[in-house]
Design a protein around this ligand. Sequence first.
Ligand code: AMP
Ligand code: MG
Length: 358
Amino acid sequence: MKTIVIKQDESFEEAAKILRRGGLVAFPTETVYGLGGDALNPESSRKIYAAKNRPSDNPLIVHICDISALNRLCAEVPEYAYKLAQRFWPGPLTMILKKSAAVPYETTGGLDTVAVRMPDHEGALKLLRESGVFIAAPSANLSGKPSPTTAEHVFHDMNGRIDAIIDGGEVGIGIESTIVDLTKAPFAILRPGYITPVMLESVLKEVIYDPAIIDANASKDLRPRAPGMKYRHYAPKAELTIIKGLEQSVVDKINSMVENNILSGLKTGIIAAEETADRYKAGNVKIAGSIKDPVTISHSLYGILRSFDDEETDVIYSESFDRERLCGDNGGSASDEEFAGAIMNRLTKAAGHHIMEV
Ligand code: AMP
Ligand code: MG
């Protein structure tokens, strides 16, 4: 199959046709690139699983461009779901609701619930409007790779496997949407993201984190409510360790480990904050972003992990971007603090929970 690349400012006529006839189009959103197909066409959903090599019990998120779509896709839409939609859509919030008969089980991985979101991105919204279809889309990476944050990442994983890619440049947030399950009380966050519990509590009385995602030990016994969270997460080819502690102690520890690695001939990468990057004496330093602005870090994290893979790095040390560091003395808000937790959730999984305290 030839994969065509369409720029976001070009005509979407062809892309819309591809979706309507059951083909696959990858597109940018404000979180990561999605791999889209017609959500109401079971054949399209099957193709999505095949293109990604994704297990078919891992449900897809259905993207919409109009709140009224909730009535078509969901068996019942509680008042608070509309309130959340009004408040946070378009935006990086995915809601789980009871599905209607219109949504095939192929799209929901066999579940009676459906995940719905309205993305906050010009390219995504234009594709939704012009195609007139609800677009089922997981992240547009091969299973086992980090979610793509540029059209080039998508091309790397999906060239020859899908019909088209819409190139909207780099995405903004860079990590996947927050998923909140509204089908049973207490309402729970199944996957942390940019929209935090503090923000949701402006509409919902109580929101908890799915206990299975909170810590590594818990997740061995508890089954996460989002099927996707149970799969082995992307891990870079290199051994990744997060170093946590007082800033200068972390820098010193990493410098001494890099020195040893050089003697043993190991290619070493470092993931650092803008504020500390120039304190490293050796190693391949990549700047994740500023600790004063957590979204700069989420924005570049997956791209950095991909480039260490491409560069055949043996060992990676990452500074920790935990809540204390991102918010401690930096005047971050309560929401920044929770968002730091979402970033650490992805980084810790990529590190296989390897954390070194210094
Ligand atoms: P991705 O688009 O690759 O980020 O994957 C979508 C995520 O949403 C996966 O973790 C799924 O398990 C989760 N998800 C989608 N639909 C549902 C649902 N009905 N119930 C729970 N989790 C869901
Ligand atoms: Mg994914």
